[in-house]
Design a protein around this ligand. Structure first.
Ligand SMILES: Cc1cc2nc3c(=O)[nH]c(=O)nc-3n(C[C@H](O)[C@H](O)[C@H](O)COP(=O)(O)O)c2cc1C
Length: 202
């Protein structure tokens, strides 16, 4: 996972954070590699733009927190607004911050499902429905995730997942992983076939 060493970054007076939520579109769901594609381009671009952050996906929703110069984040926001892999982008925060929360990560991607995490604080916020959260719930959510990263930075064990997955979660995340959309479409098609057979039989 590419990292950014923040100590080499110049001190900027306009360090900002952009936090938003959005919904995946049918275009986003139609490709099994959407999450992978987003992650790849983001890591590459964010490294160039000195942007760090986290991208959470679960239950059809995204929550992203990115940190960087006001200009870099404005440019990113403009690209995000025209990206047809997600919609209903709702900006929760775009403000100046004193320091980065996710300084070590050009973009850390996290998939969130209730059965995948053991953390009680995170479990309380599952199923992941960020549009239904109270106005400051996203801050609590980011605090929990930041805790994982700080622990990783302390232990130097940065390759472990940020969220402690349950055994079932680890297995399923490996099997289903980047192919969630494919599995979803297969399930829908399967259900349609069963419904048609039942309709013909009854
Ligand atoms: C949910 C989501 C999160 C994204 N996060 C980033 C990001 O952190 N950095 C980034 O450069 N692009 C991100 N992208 C991709 C951008 O929308 C855009 O496709 C990409 O920056 C390339 O833009 P360009 O083709 O105009 O150069 C994200 C897209 C989605 C759907």
């Amino acid at each position: 996972m590419p990292t950014i060493n923040d100590s080499t970054n110049p001190v900027t007076t306009n360090l900002c954070q952009l936090v938003y939520i959005s919904r995946i579109t049918s275009t986003g769901l139609s490709s099994p590699s959407t999450l992978n594609d987003i992650s790849e381009i983001s890591v590459e671009r964010n490294q160039i733009d000195n942007v760090t952050g986290i991208l959470c996906y679960g239950n059809g929703y995204f929550l992203q927190c990115v940190e960087g110069s006001e200009q870099a984040l404005t440019n990113l926001k403009n690209r995000l607004l025209v990206d047809d892999r997600h919609k209903e982008l709702n900006i929760l925060d775009f403000s100046e911050i004193a320091e980065r929360r996710f300084a070590s990560w050009s973009l850390r991607s996290v998939t969130l499902e209730r059965w995948m995490t053991k953390d009680p604080e995170l479990k309380k916020l599952m199923p992941f429905k960020p549009y239904e959260w109270d106005s400051n719930e996203w801050q609590k959510f980011l605090d929990v995730l930041q805790g994982y990263y700080e622990e990783q930075t302390r232990t130097g064990n940065i390759d472990t997942p940020p969220v402690k997955y349950s055994t079932l979660g680890v297995t399923l995340s490996k099997v289903v992983g980047q192919h969630q959309a494919f599995f979803l479409i297969q399930t829908v098609l399967g259900l349609m076939i069963v419904a048609t057979l039942l309709w013909l039989l009854l």
